[in-house]
Design a protein around this ligand. Structure first.
Ligand SMILES: C[S@@+](CC[C@H](N)C(=O)[O-])C[C@H]1O[C@@H](n2cnc3c(N)ncnc32)[C@H](O)[C@@H]1O
Length: 225
C-alpha cells in the first residue's frame, strides 16, 4: 500500500521511559548480542570500514515484529540497516506498520507513528503492559467461531491490553495476516485456517516491549507526524 520512509534525524527531542523489566534483560541481551554480530558483519560487507554506533544501551538491539504486516521490511533488513546512518540520537518512523526496521535497529529513542489506530494502540500496550497483553492472548483459541466472535467486538470498548491481544490474535489467525476493514472500520478479513498458528509468542512480545521503552508512539497521518 505504501513505501517505508524512516526518518533518522539527530535530535534529542524524545522522551525517555524507565519501566524495563529486569527479568527479561539477560535473555534479550544474549539474543541481541547474536543479532548484533550479524548486523555488524552485514554493515561491513556493504560498506567496509564503516562502523555502527554500538555504544549506547546494547540491551535494546534487534527485537522483531510481534505482528505480520503487509509490506513489512523484515526480509530486507540486511540491505536496509547498512544504509542507515552509522549513529543517530533519535529514530523517526511515520509508517510504523509491523515496525520491522525499527525493531531491527532497536534504537532506544524513537518517535513512532502510523495512521492505523488499532496498530498504534497495540504498540502502546506492548510497550507498557506486555504481561497483560500476553495474559489476554493466552485466552484466545484458533477456532473459527471464537475468531468470528472476537472479530465482531468493538475494540473501542476494550481495555488497551485486551485490544492489543485482539489485534495480535486476529493477525495470527486471519487469512494471510491481512489487516482489512470495511467502510464502517470493522475488521473483516476471513478466518485463516492455520493448523497451529503461534498466537502467543511471549518472548517476542517481551523483547518488543524492551525495544519500545523510550519511544513515543502516536496515531498520526504522516503529513502531521
Ligand atoms: C508497509 S507498512 C510499513 C512497514 C514498516 N515501516 C516496516 O519497517 O516493516 C505501511 C504502513 O503505513 C501506514 N500508512 C498508510 N497510509 C498512511 C498515512 N497516510 N499516514 C501514516 N501512515 C500510513 C499503514 O497503516 C501501514 O501500517
Amino acid at each position: 500500500m505504501c513505501s517505508v520512509h524512516p526518518f533518522l534525524r539527530s535530535t534529542g527531542a524524545c522522551k525517555s521511559r524507565k519501566s524495563v523489566r529486569p527479568a527479561y534483560i539477560g535473555h534479550v541481551v544474549k539474543r541481541r548480542l547474536q543479532n548484533l554480530g550479524e548486523l555488524v558483519n552485514s554493515a561491513q560487507l556493504v560498506s567496509p570500514g564503516r562502523q555502527l554506533d554500538l555504544s549506547p544501551d546494547i540491551s535494546r538491539r534487534a527485537a522483531r515484529p510481534f505482528l505480520k504486516w503487509a509490506g513489512g521490511k523484515h526480509k530486507l533488513l540486511s540491505q536496509l540497516i547498512p544504509r542507515c546512518p552509522a549513529s543517530f540520537t533519535c529514530y523517526y518512523e511515520p509508517f510504523l506498520g509491523g515496525g520491522a526496521l525499527f525493531f531491527g535497529l532497536s534504537p532506544g529513542q524513537a518517535v513512532l507513528s502510523d495512521a492505523n489506530d488499532e496498530l498504534i494502540t497495540a504498540f502502546q500496550a506492548v510497550r507498557d503492559r506486555p504481561d497483560d497483553v500476553i495474559n489476554y492472548l493466552r485466552r484466545h483459541r484458533n477456532q473459527k467461531a471464537h475468531f468470528l466472535q472476537v472479530r465482531r467486538r468493538d475494540p473501542h470498548t476494550m481495555d488497551g491490553a485486551a485490544r492489543a491481544a485482539r489485534l495480535v490474535f486476529l493477525n495470527r489467525t486471519c487469512y494471510n495476516g491481512l489487516y482489512r476493514v470495511n467502510r464502517g472500520g470493522q475488521f473483516n478479513t476471513p478466518f485463516g485456517r492455520y493448523k497451529r498458528p503461534n498466537i502467543c509468542n511471549a518472548a517476542t512480545i517481551h523483547e518488543a516491549s524492551v525495544a519500545l521503552q523510550g519511544t513515543t508512539i502516536s496515531t498520526l497521518d504522516f503529513r502531521t507526524a
